[in-house]
Design a protein around this ligand. Sequence first.
Ligand code: HEM
Length: 506
Amino acid sequence: MSSSPETAAVPILNDPRHERTAARLLGLFIAAGLWFVVLPGTFLGVWNLMSIVSNRAPGAPEASWIQAHGQAQLFGWVGSFILGISIYLLPKIRQRGPVEANVGYTIWTLWTVGVFWHWWAVVTREAWRSGLVGSAAVLLLAYLLVMSALVWQPRKTEPRPVDLGSRFGMVGFSGLGVVLLANLYYSIQAAFWGSSPTYPEAGDRALVLLAVWVFVIPVALSYSTRFVHRYLLLPPLNVKAAPFIAPLFLAVAIAALAHRFAVVDVLAWGVALFAVWVMQVFRHSSRTPRLQGVSPYTPLFMRICFAWLPAGATLALLSVIFPLRVGFGGASRHAITVGFVAGLIFTVGPRLLPAFLNSRQLFSTRLMTASLLSLNIGCVLRVICESVAYSSTHDLAWRLLPVSAWIEFAAVLLFALNMAATQLKPAPIWFDPELLNINLSLFWFVNAYPGVRKLLQRAGLRRLRELREIPRDLTLAQESEREGVDAESVLAELKRHLSGMRARPA
Ligand code: HEM
Protein backbone atom coordinates (compact mmCIF):
# COMPACT_ATOMS: atom_id res chain seq x y z
CA MET A 1 0.00 0.00 0.00
CA SER A 2 1.44 3.33 -0.97
CA SER A 3 -0.17 5.71 1.51
CA SER A 4 -1.40 5.32 5.03
CA PRO A 5 -5.18 5.29 5.46
CA GLU A 6 -4.91 6.98 8.86
CA THR A 7 -3.28 10.09 7.44
CA ALA A 8 -5.64 10.45 4.47
CA ALA A 9 -7.61 13.72 4.34
CA VAL A 10 -10.94 12.92 2.72
CA PRO A 11 -13.08 15.89 1.64
CA ILE A 12 -16.66 15.60 2.95
CA LEU A 13 -18.61 15.59 -0.28
CA ASN A 14 -22.25 16.45 -0.90
CA ASP A 15 -24.67 13.56 -0.85
CA PRO A 16 -25.18 12.59 -4.52
CA ARG A 17 -28.36 10.66 -3.65
CA HIS A 18 -30.45 13.88 -3.66
CA GLU A 19 -29.38 14.61 -7.20
CA ARG A 20 -29.99 11.04 -8.31
CA THR A 21 -33.50 11.07 -6.82
CA ALA A 22 -34.29 14.42 -8.46
CA ALA A 23 -32.97 13.15 -11.80
CA ARG A 24 -34.95 9.90 -11.47
CA LEU A 25 -38.15 11.87 -10.88
CA LEU A 26 -37.43 14.15 -13.83
CA GLY A 27 -36.76 11.02 -15.90
CA LEU A 28 -40.24 9.73 -15.01
CA PHE A 29 -41.89 12.97 -16.16
CA ILE A 30 -39.89 12.87 -19.39
CA ALA A 31 -40.80 9.21 -20.01
CA ALA A 32 -44.51 9.93 -19.45
CA GLY A 33 -44.32 12.99 -21.72
CA LEU A 34 -42.65 10.98 -24.49
CA TRP A 35 -45.30 8.32 -24.27
CA PHE A 36 -48.10 10.90 -24.45
CA VAL A 37 -46.59 12.73 -27.41
CA VAL A 38 -46.07 9.60 -29.49
CA LEU A 39 -49.28 7.60 -29.04
CA PRO A 40 -52.23 9.42 -27.42
CA GLY A 41 -51.00 12.72 -28.92
CA THR A 42 -49.41 12.61 -32.34
CA PHE A 43 -50.62 9.21 -33.53
CA LEU A 44 -54.20 10.21 -32.72
CA GLY A 45 -53.57 13.59 -34.43
CA VAL A 46 -52.42 11.82 -37.61
CA TRP A 47 -55.42 9.50 -37.39
CA ASN A 48 -57.77 12.51 -37.15
CA LEU A 49 -56.05 14.18 -40.08
CA MET A 50 -56.38 11.06 -42.21
CA SER A 51 -60.11 11.06 -41.50
CA ILE A 52 -60.31 14.76 -42.50
CA VAL A 53 -58.35 14.11 -45.69
CA SER A 54 -60.25 11.00 -46.77
CA ASN A 55 -63.57 12.87 -46.35
CA ARG A 56 -62.15 16.21 -47.46
CA ALA A 57 -64.06 17.70 -44.52
CA PRO A 58 -62.47 19.39 -41.46
CA GLY A 59 -65.42 18.23 -39.32
CA ALA A 60 -65.06 14.55 -40.25
CA PRO A 61 -63.37 13.15 -37.10
CA GLU A 62 -65.24 12.87 -33.81
CA ALA A 63 -64.88 16.24 -32.02
CA SER A 64 -64.08 14.30 -28.83
CA TRP A 65 -61.11 12.62 -30.55
CA ILE A 66 -59.73 15.97 -31.65
CA GLN A 67 -60.11 17.20 -28.08
CA ALA A 68 -58.45 14.03 -26.72
CA HIS A 69 -55.50 14.63 -29.07
CA GLY A 70 -55.20 18.27 -27.94
CA GLN A 71 -55.29 17.39 -24.22
CA ALA A 72 -52.76 14.57 -24.63
CA GLN A 73 -50.37 17.01 -26.33
CA LEU A 74 -50.86 20.03 -24.09
CA PHE A 75 -51.28 18.34 -20.71
CA GLY A 76 -49.70 14.92 -21.37
CA TRP A 77 -46.60 15.97 -23.26
CA VAL A 78 -45.98 19.69 -22.74
CA GLY A 79 -47.48 19.66 -19.21
CA SER A 80 -45.43 16.65 -18.07
CA PHE A 81 -42.23 18.21 -19.39
CA ILE A 82 -42.98 21.58 -17.76
CA LEU A 83 -43.87 20.05 -14.39
CA GLY A 84 -40.90 17.68 -14.40
CA ILE A 85 -38.41 20.42 -15.30
CA SER A 86 -39.94 22.88 -12.82
CA ILE A 87 -39.87 20.37 -9.95
CA TYR A 88 -36.24 19.63 -10.76
CA LEU A 89 -35.06 23.14 -11.46
CA LEU A 90 -37.06 25.72 -9.50
CA PRO A 91 -35.78 24.67 -6.06
CA LYS A 92 -32.22 24.99 -7.41
CA ILE A 93 -32.89 28.39 -8.97
CA ARG A 94 -34.51 29.63 -5.77
CA GLN A 95 -31.77 27.99 -3.68
CA ARG A 96 -34.19 25.88 -1.71
CA GLY A 97 -33.99 22.21 -0.75
CA PRO A 98 -35.27 19.72 -3.35
CA VAL A 99 -38.96 18.78 -3.52
CA GLU A 100 -39.44 15.76 -1.24
CA ALA A 101 -39.28 12.54 -3.23
CA ASN A 102 -42.69 11.32 -1.97
CA VAL A 103 -44.35 14.57 -2.96
CA GLY A 104 -42.68 14.46 -6.38
CA TYR A 105 -43.76 10.87 -7.05
CA THR A 106 -47.31 11.68 -5.90
CA ILE A 107 -47.50 14.63 -8.29
CA TRP A 108 -46.20 12.47 -11.13
CA THR A 109 -48.73 9.74 -10.42
CA LEU A 110 -51.69 12.13 -10.13
CA TRP A 111 -50.75 14.04 -13.26
CA THR A 112 -50.08 10.97 -15.40
CA VAL A 113 -53.20 9.15 -14.20
CA GLY A 114 -55.32 12.30 -14.64
CA VAL A 115 -54.24 12.89 -18.25
CA PHE A 116 -54.48 9.24 -19.22
CA TRP A 117 -57.87 8.76 -17.53
CA HIS A 118 -59.31 11.67 -19.52
CA TRP A 119 -57.91 10.31 -22.78
CA TRP A 120 -59.14 6.77 -22.09
CA ALA A 121 -62.64 7.93 -21.09
CA VAL A 122 -62.95 10.00 -24.28
CA VAL A 123 -61.53 7.47 -26.72
CA THR A 124 -63.21 4.32 -25.34
CA ARG A 125 -66.32 6.04 -23.90
CA GLU A 126 -66.10 3.68 -20.91
CA ALA A 127 -67.65 5.36 -17.84
CA TRP A 128 -66.90 8.63 -19.57
CA ARG A 129 -69.03 10.88 -17.36
CA SER A 130 -67.15 9.97 -14.18
CA GLY A 131 -63.92 9.80 -16.22
CA LEU A 132 -64.18 13.41 -17.42
CA VAL A 133 -64.95 14.89 -14.02
CA GLY A 134 -62.71 12.53 -12.02
CA SER A 135 -59.69 13.14 -14.26
CA ALA A 136 -60.19 16.93 -14.16
CA ALA A 137 -60.34 16.78 -10.34
CA VAL A 138 -57.19 14.64 -10.18
CA LEU A 139 -55.29 17.12 -12.38
CA LEU A 140 -56.38 19.96 -10.13
CA LEU A 141 -55.18 18.03 -7.09
CA ALA A 142 -51.78 17.50 -8.76
CA TYR A 143 -51.64 21.23 -9.46
CA LEU A 144 -52.34 22.12 -5.82
CA LEU A 145 -49.50 19.83 -4.75
CA VAL A 146 -47.15 21.41 -7.31
CA MET A 147 -47.98 24.88 -6.11
CA SER A 148 -47.57 23.97 -2.44
CA ALA A 149 -44.21 22.31 -3.17
CA LEU A 150 -42.84 25.03 -5.45
CA VAL A 151 -44.62 28.32 -4.89
CA TRP A 152 -46.75 28.53 -1.75
CA GLN A 153 -43.79 28.10 0.59
CA PRO A 154 -43.36 30.15 3.77
CA ARG A 155 -41.29 33.07 2.56
CA LYS A 156 -37.78 33.33 4.00
CA THR A 157 -36.16 36.70 4.21
CA GLU A 158 -35.38 36.84 0.50
CA PRO A 159 -37.54 39.28 -1.51
CA ARG A 160 -40.02 38.00 -4.13
CA PRO A 161 -38.08 37.42 -7.41
CA VAL A 162 -38.82 40.17 -9.92
CA ASP A 163 -36.71 39.26 -12.94
CA LEU A 164 -38.58 38.82 -16.24
CA GLY A 165 -38.22 35.03 -16.20
CA SER A 166 -39.82 34.81 -12.75
CA ARG A 167 -42.66 37.13 -13.79
CA PHE A 168 -43.45 35.00 -16.85
CA GLY A 169 -43.19 31.89 -14.69
CA MET A 170 -45.58 33.21 -12.04
CA VAL A 171 -48.09 34.16 -14.74
CA GLY A 172 -47.78 30.73 -16.37
CA PHE A 173 -48.23 28.74 -13.16
CA SER A 174 -51.20 30.91 -12.11
CA GLY A 175 -52.53 30.41 -15.65
CA LEU A 176 -52.32 26.65 -15.23
CA GLY A 177 -54.65 26.96 -12.23
CA VAL A 178 -57.17 28.88 -14.35
CA VAL A 179 -56.86 26.29 -17.14
CA LEU A 180 -57.48 23.37 -14.79
CA LEU A 181 -60.46 25.08 -13.13
CA ALA A 182 -61.93 25.76 -16.58
CA ASN A 183 -61.23 22.12 -17.48
CA LEU A 184 -63.18 20.96 -14.42
CA TYR A 185 -66.06 23.32 -15.24
CA TYR A 186 -66.38 22.16 -18.87
CA SER A 187 -66.00 18.52 -17.86
CA ILE A 188 -68.94 18.93 -15.44
CA GLN A 189 -70.98 20.56 -18.22
CA ALA A 190 -70.26 17.67 -20.59
CA ALA A 191 -70.80 14.97 -17.95
CA PHE A 192 -74.12 16.29 -16.64
CA TRP A 193 -75.69 17.82 -19.73
CA GLY A 194 -73.84 16.29 -22.68
CA SER A 195 -74.61 13.15 -24.66
CA SER A 196 -70.98 12.35 -25.53
CA PRO A 197 -67.54 12.95 -23.95
CA THR A 198 -67.16 16.20 -25.86
CA TYR A 199 -66.69 19.60 -24.29
CA PRO A 200 -69.07 22.29 -25.62
CA GLU A 201 -67.50 23.86 -28.74
CA ALA A 202 -67.01 27.36 -27.30
CA GLY A 203 -65.80 25.94 -23.98
CA ASP A 204 -63.24 23.74 -25.71
CA ARG A 205 -62.00 26.66 -27.79
CA ALA A 206 -61.63 28.77 -24.65
CA LEU A 207 -59.79 25.94 -22.91
CA VAL A 208 -57.30 25.46 -25.75
CA LEU A 209 -56.67 29.22 -25.98
CA LEU A 210 -56.15 29.44 -22.23
CA ALA A 211 -53.85 26.41 -22.15
CA VAL A 212 -51.74 27.74 -25.01
CA TRP A 213 -51.63 31.47 -24.27
CA VAL A 214 -51.93 31.68 -20.49
CA PHE A 215 -50.05 28.56 -19.41
CA VAL A 216 -47.70 27.11 -22.05
CA ILE A 217 -46.48 30.33 -23.68
CA PRO A 218 -45.67 32.29 -20.49
CA VAL A 219 -43.84 29.26 -19.03
CA ALA A 220 -42.01 28.76 -22.34
CA LEU A 221 -40.99 32.44 -22.27
CA SER A 222 -39.92 32.13 -18.64
CA TYR A 223 -37.52 29.29 -19.41
CA SER A 224 -36.48 30.98 -22.68
CA THR A 225 -35.15 34.01 -20.78
CA ARG A 226 -32.71 31.59 -19.16
CA PHE A 227 -32.06 28.91 -21.77
CA VAL A 228 -32.55 30.67 -25.11
CA HIS A 229 -31.63 34.27 -24.39
CA ARG A 230 -28.54 33.45 -22.34
CA TYR A 231 -27.52 30.59 -24.61
CA LEU A 232 -27.68 32.77 -27.72
CA LEU A 233 -25.66 35.51 -25.92
CA LEU A 234 -28.15 38.17 -26.99
CA PRO A 235 -28.29 41.83 -25.90
CA PRO A 236 -30.00 42.28 -22.49
CA LEU A 237 -33.69 41.42 -22.14
CA ASN A 238 -36.05 44.34 -22.51
CA VAL A 239 -36.77 44.95 -18.82
CA LYS A 240 -39.11 47.82 -19.74
CA ALA A 241 -41.57 45.03 -20.50
CA ALA A 242 -41.90 43.98 -16.85
CA PRO A 243 -45.01 45.99 -15.83
CA PHE A 244 -46.97 44.82 -18.89
CA ILE A 245 -46.55 41.07 -18.46
CA ALA A 246 -49.27 40.30 -15.90
CA PRO A 247 -51.91 42.71 -17.33
CA LEU A 248 -51.38 41.41 -20.88
CA PHE A 249 -51.88 37.75 -20.00
CA LEU A 250 -54.71 38.62 -17.60
CA ALA A 251 -56.52 40.35 -20.48
CA VAL A 252 -56.07 37.23 -22.65
CA ALA A 253 -57.47 35.04 -19.85
CA ILE A 254 -60.51 37.27 -19.28
CA ALA A 255 -61.28 37.49 -23.01
CA ALA A 256 -60.97 33.69 -23.41
CA LEU A 257 -63.19 32.98 -20.39
CA ALA A 258 -65.75 35.47 -21.76
CA HIS A 259 -65.58 33.64 -25.12
CA ARG A 260 -64.51 36.84 -26.92
CA PHE A 261 -62.34 34.89 -29.32
CA ALA A 262 -61.64 37.71 -31.77
CA VAL A 263 -60.33 39.79 -28.86
CA VAL A 264 -58.13 36.86 -27.77
CA ASP A 265 -56.69 36.62 -31.28
CA VAL A 266 -55.85 40.33 -31.35
CA LEU A 267 -54.32 40.21 -27.87
CA ALA A 268 -52.39 37.03 -28.71
CA TRP A 269 -50.90 38.80 -31.68
CA GLY A 270 -49.74 41.52 -29.28
CA VAL A 271 -48.29 38.83 -26.95
CA ALA A 272 -46.33 37.28 -29.84
CA LEU A 273 -44.76 40.60 -30.87
CA PHE A 274 -44.17 41.47 -27.23
CA ALA A 275 -42.33 38.16 -26.69
CA VAL A 276 -40.01 38.75 -29.64
CA TRP A 277 -39.33 42.30 -28.43
CA VAL A 278 -38.61 41.17 -24.87
CA MET A 279 -36.32 38.34 -25.89
CA GLN A 280 -34.37 40.29 -28.57
CA VAL A 281 -34.11 36.96 -30.25
CA PHE A 282 -33.43 38.21 -33.77
CA ARG A 283 -30.49 40.37 -32.68
CA HIS A 284 -26.91 39.19 -33.24
CA SER A 285 -25.20 36.97 -30.66
CA SER A 286 -22.22 38.66 -29.05
CA ARG A 287 -20.18 35.42 -29.55
CA THR A 288 -20.81 32.05 -31.16
CA PRO A 289 -22.92 30.02 -28.71
CA ARG A 290 -21.48 26.71 -27.46
CA LEU A 291 -22.39 23.92 -29.86
CA GLN A 292 -20.74 20.95 -28.11
CA GLY A 293 -23.12 18.07 -27.60
CA VAL A 294 -26.02 19.54 -29.59
CA SER A 295 -27.01 20.04 -33.22
CA PRO A 296 -24.71 22.63 -34.85
CA TYR A 297 -27.88 24.37 -36.08
CA THR A 298 -29.31 24.87 -32.57
CA PRO A 299 -29.04 28.71 -32.63
CA LEU A 300 -30.80 28.82 -36.01
CA PHE A 301 -33.61 26.50 -34.91
CA MET A 302 -34.12 28.53 -31.71
CA ARG A 303 -34.67 31.65 -33.78
CA ILE A 304 -36.98 29.77 -36.15
CA CYS A 305 -39.21 28.88 -33.15
CA PHE A 306 -39.56 32.56 -32.38
CA ALA A 307 -40.46 33.25 -36.01
CA TRP A 308 -43.35 30.74 -35.73
CA LEU A 309 -44.87 32.67 -32.83
CA PRO A 310 -45.79 35.88 -34.73
CA ALA A 311 -46.51 33.84 -37.87
CA GLY A 312 -49.10 31.74 -36.00
CA ALA A 313 -50.59 34.78 -34.28
CA THR A 314 -50.89 36.56 -37.67
CA LEU A 315 -52.77 33.55 -39.09
CA ALA A 316 -55.18 33.83 -36.15
CA LEU A 317 -55.75 37.50 -37.06
CA LEU A 318 -56.42 36.45 -40.66
CA SER A 319 -59.02 33.97 -39.38
CA VAL A 320 -60.78 36.93 -37.71
CA ILE A 321 -60.56 39.10 -40.84
CA PHE A 322 -61.62 36.27 -43.21
CA PRO A 323 -64.04 34.16 -41.15
CA LEU A 324 -65.05 32.06 -44.18
CA ARG A 325 -61.49 30.76 -44.69
CA VAL A 326 -61.83 28.14 -41.98
CA GLY A 327 -58.31 26.79 -42.48
CA PHE A 328 -56.62 29.83 -40.95
CA GLY A 329 -57.75 29.00 -37.40
CA GLY A 330 -56.34 25.45 -37.37
CA ALA A 331 -53.22 26.54 -39.27
CA SER A 332 -52.62 29.25 -36.69
CA ARG A 333 -52.97 26.81 -33.78
CA HIS A 334 -50.65 24.36 -35.51
CA ALA A 335 -48.02 27.04 -36.17
CA ILE A 336 -48.06 27.94 -32.47
CA THR A 337 -48.26 24.45 -30.95
CA VAL A 338 -45.97 22.65 -33.37
CA GLY A 339 -43.80 25.45 -34.83
CA PHE A 340 -43.21 27.32 -31.58
CA VAL A 341 -43.96 24.98 -28.65
CA ALA A 342 -42.82 21.64 -30.09
CA GLY A 343 -39.92 23.38 -31.89
CA LEU A 344 -38.73 24.93 -28.63
CA ILE A 345 -38.94 21.59 -26.78
CA PHE A 346 -37.06 19.86 -29.62
CA THR A 347 -34.32 22.52 -29.46
CA VAL A 348 -33.97 23.28 -25.76
CA GLY A 349 -34.84 19.77 -24.47
CA PRO A 350 -31.86 17.93 -25.98
CA ARG A 351 -29.55 20.71 -24.78
CA LEU A 352 -30.71 20.72 -21.17
CA LEU A 353 -32.32 17.43 -20.24
CA PRO A 354 -29.28 15.16 -20.66
CA ALA A 355 -27.33 17.41 -18.27
CA PHE A 356 -30.20 17.37 -15.75
CA LEU A 357 -30.40 13.57 -15.95
CA ASN A 358 -27.22 12.93 -13.97
CA SER A 359 -24.90 14.75 -16.39
CA ARG A 360 -25.67 12.55 -19.37
CA GLN A 361 -24.77 13.29 -22.98
CA LEU A 362 -27.30 13.52 -25.81
CA PHE A 363 -27.49 10.18 -27.60
CA SER A 364 -27.18 11.71 -31.09
CA THR A 365 -26.76 15.27 -32.34
CA ARG A 366 -27.63 14.06 -35.86
CA LEU A 367 -30.98 12.74 -34.69
CA MET A 368 -31.56 16.13 -33.08
CA THR A 369 -30.91 17.92 -36.38
CA ALA A 370 -33.07 15.44 -38.28
CA SER A 371 -35.99 15.80 -35.86
CA LEU A 372 -35.87 19.60 -36.00
CA LEU A 373 -35.55 19.70 -39.76
CA SER A 374 -38.45 17.32 -40.33
CA LEU A 375 -40.60 19.08 -37.71
CA ASN A 376 -40.15 22.41 -39.45
CA ILE A 377 -40.61 21.06 -42.98
CA GLY A 378 -43.76 19.17 -41.89
CA CYS A 379 -45.10 22.22 -40.07
CA VAL A 380 -44.55 24.59 -43.05
CA LEU A 381 -46.31 22.10 -45.32
CA ARG A 382 -49.19 21.57 -42.90
CA VAL A 383 -49.76 25.27 -42.18
CA ILE A 384 -49.81 26.19 -45.88
CA CYS A 385 -51.92 23.20 -46.96
CA GLU A 386 -54.42 23.55 -44.11
CA SER A 387 -54.86 27.28 -44.77
CA VAL A 388 -55.66 26.51 -48.41
CA ALA A 389 -57.37 23.10 -48.33
CA TYR A 390 -59.92 23.50 -45.53
CA SER A 391 -61.74 26.29 -47.34
CA SER A 392 -61.33 25.15 -50.95
CA THR A 393 -61.17 22.10 -53.15
CA HIS A 394 -57.54 22.72 -54.07
CA ASP A 395 -56.39 19.23 -54.99
CA LEU A 396 -52.64 19.57 -54.36
CA ALA A 397 -53.18 21.07 -50.90
CA TRP A 398 -55.45 18.16 -49.93
CA ARG A 399 -52.97 15.63 -51.29
CA LEU A 400 -50.01 17.16 -49.43
CA LEU A 401 -51.76 17.28 -46.04
CA PRO A 402 -51.15 13.61 -45.17
CA VAL A 403 -47.52 13.98 -46.28
CA SER A 404 -47.11 16.82 -43.79
CA ALA A 405 -48.62 14.67 -41.03
CA TRP A 406 -46.26 11.74 -41.67
CA ILE A 407 -43.22 14.04 -41.80
CA GLU A 408 -44.23 15.54 -38.44
CA PHE A 409 -44.89 12.10 -37.00
CA ALA A 410 -41.41 11.03 -38.10
CA ALA A 411 -40.00 14.14 -36.39
CA VAL A 412 -41.76 13.23 -33.14
CA LEU A 413 -40.48 9.65 -33.33
CA LEU A 414 -36.89 10.80 -33.93
CA PHE A 415 -37.09 13.19 -30.98
CA ALA A 416 -38.62 10.55 -28.69
CA LEU A 417 -36.04 7.97 -29.79
CA ASN A 418 -33.17 10.36 -29.14
CA MET A 419 -34.44 11.33 -25.69
CA ALA A 420 -35.28 7.75 -24.69
CA ALA A 421 -31.86 6.47 -25.82
CA THR A 422 -30.21 9.32 -23.89
CA GLN A 423 -32.13 8.35 -20.79
CA LEU A 424 -31.50 4.61 -21.12
CA LYS A 425 -27.72 4.92 -21.43
CA PRO A 426 -25.97 4.81 -18.02
CA ALA A 427 -24.76 8.19 -16.76
CA PRO A 428 -21.13 8.71 -17.85
CA ILE A 429 -18.24 9.85 -15.69
CA TRP A 430 -16.56 13.15 -16.48
CA PHE A 431 -13.11 12.60 -14.92
CA ASP A 432 -10.13 10.44 -15.73
CA PRO A 433 -10.37 7.25 -13.58
CA GLU A 434 -6.56 7.02 -13.64
CA LEU A 435 -6.50 10.03 -11.29
CA LEU A 436 -8.25 8.05 -8.53
CA ASN A 437 -6.31 6.79 -5.52
CA ILE A 438 -7.09 4.59 -2.54
CA ASN A 439 -8.00 7.60 -0.38
CA LEU A 440 -11.19 8.22 -2.28
CA SER A 441 -14.45 8.42 -0.33
CA LEU A 442 -16.47 5.21 -0.74
CA PHE A 443 -19.67 7.06 0.21
CA TRP A 444 -19.58 9.30 -2.82
CA PHE A 445 -18.69 6.63 -5.38
CA VAL A 446 -21.20 4.08 -4.16
CA ASN A 447 -24.02 6.65 -4.10
CA ALA A 448 -23.09 8.45 -7.31
CA TYR A 449 -22.64 5.47 -9.65
CA PRO A 450 -24.97 2.52 -9.86
CA GLY A 451 -23.08 -0.80 -10.00
CA VAL A 452 -20.13 0.38 -7.92
CA ARG A 453 -21.44 -1.10 -4.64
CA LYS A 454 -21.76 -4.57 -6.21
CA LEU A 455 -18.37 -4.30 -7.86
CA LEU A 456 -16.69 -3.42 -4.55
CA GLN A 457 -18.47 -6.28 -2.80
CA ARG A 458 -17.22 -8.71 -5.44
CA ALA A 459 -13.71 -7.29 -5.00
CA GLY A 460 -13.78 -8.24 -1.31
CA LEU A 461 -15.45 -5.31 0.53
CA ARG A 462 -18.18 -7.63 1.81
CA ARG A 463 -19.38 -5.36 4.61
CA LEU A 464 -20.92 -3.05 1.97
CA ARG A 465 -23.67 -5.66 1.60
CA GLU A 466 -25.09 -4.80 5.05
CA LEU A 467 -23.86 -1.23 5.40
CA ARG A 468 -26.81 0.86 4.14
CA GLU A 469 -25.34 4.18 5.37
CA ILE A 470 -21.66 4.38 4.50
CA PRO A 471 -19.78 6.88 6.71
CA ARG A 472 -18.91 9.88 4.54
CA ASP A 473 -15.23 9.89 5.48
CA LEU A 474 -14.64 6.15 5.03
CA THR A 475 -11.94 5.62 2.40
CA LEU A 476 -11.27 2.69 0.11
CA ALA A 477 -7.93 2.19 1.89
CA GLN A 478 -9.55 2.03 5.37
CA GLU A 479 -12.28 -0.38 4.31
CA SER A 480 -9.83 -2.61 2.42
CA GLU A 481 -7.58 -2.82 5.46
CA ARG A 482 -10.58 -3.71 7.65
CA GLU A 483 -11.57 -6.51 5.26
CA GLY A 484 -7.97 -7.65 4.79
CA VAL A 485 -7.90 -7.12 1.01
CA ASP A 486 -5.38 -5.28 -1.12
CA ALA A 487 -6.68 -1.74 -1.68
CA GLU A 488 -4.64 -1.29 -4.88
CA SER A 489 -6.23 -4.30 -6.56
CA VAL A 490 -9.74 -3.12 -5.54
CA LEU A 491 -8.81 0.27 -6.99
CA ALA A 492 -7.66 -1.38 -10.23
CA GLU A 493 -11.08 -3.11 -10.53
CA LEU A 494 -12.85 0.18 -9.93
CA LYS A 495 -10.74 1.99 -12.53
CA ARG A 496 -11.47 -0.72 -15.09
CA HIS A 497 -15.21 -0.43 -14.41
CA LEU A 498 -15.26 3.38 -14.56
CA SER A 499 -13.08 3.52 -17.69
CA GLY A 500 -15.95 1.92 -19.59
CA MET A 501 -18.26 4.70 -18.42
CA ARG A 502 -16.22 7.71 -19.54
CA ALA A 503 -18.05 10.53 -21.32
CA ARG A 504 -17.32 10.56 -25.05
CA PRO A 505 -15.30 13.55 -26.26
CA ALA A 506 -17.47 16.45 -27.46
C1 HEM B 1 -48.06 15.15 -36.49
C2 HEM B 1 -48.41 16.10 -35.65
C3 HEM B 1 -49.85 16.57 -35.47
C4 HEM B 1 -50.96 16.32 -36.24
C5 HEM B 1 -51.05 15.50 -37.50
C6 HEM B 1 -52.05 17.02 -35.63
C7 HEM B 1 -53.35 17.01 -36.10
C8 HEM B 1 -54.39 17.73 -35.58
C9 HEM B 1 -55.70 17.84 -36.15
C10 HEM B 1 -56.15 17.15 -37.43
C11 HEM B 1 -56.43 18.64 -35.36
C12 HEM B 1 -57.90 19.04 -35.62
C13 HEM B 1 -58.04 20.49 -36.03
C14 HEM B 1 -57.42 20.76 -37.37
O1 HEM B 1 -57.80 20.11 -38.34
O2 HEM B 1 -56.52 21.59 -37.42
C15 HEM B 1 -55.59 19.05 -34.28
C16 HEM B 1 -55.99 19.84 -33.24
C17 HEM B 1 -55.19 20.18 -32.20
N1 HEM B 1 -53.86 19.88 -32.04
FE1 HEM B 1 -52.75 18.77 -33.25
N2 HEM B 1 -51.59 17.67 -34.52
C18 HEM B 1 -50.25 17.42 -34.39
C19 HEM B 1 -49.40 17.88 -33.42
C20 HEM B 1 -49.81 18.63 -32.34
C21 HEM B 1 -48.96 19.09 -31.28
C22 HEM B 1 -47.45 18.81 -31.19
C23 HEM B 1 -49.74 19.78 -30.42
C24 HEM B 1 -49.36 20.47 -29.13
C25 HEM B 1 -48.17 20.60 -28.64
C26 HEM B 1 -51.09 19.77 -30.93
C27 HEM B 1 -52.18 20.37 -30.33
C28 HEM B 1 -53.43 20.43 -30.86
C29 HEM B 1 -54.54 21.10 -30.22
C30 HEM B 1 -54.49 21.85 -28.89
C31 HEM B 1 -55.65 20.94 -31.06
C32 HEM B 1 -57.04 21.49 -30.81
C33 HEM B 1 -57.83 20.46 -30.01
C34 HEM B 1 -59.20 20.96 -29.71
O3 HEM B 1 -59.82 21.62 -30.55
O4 HEM B 1 -59.67 20.66 -28.60
N3 HEM B 1 -51.09 19.05 -32.10
N4 HEM B 1 -54.34 18.48 -34.42
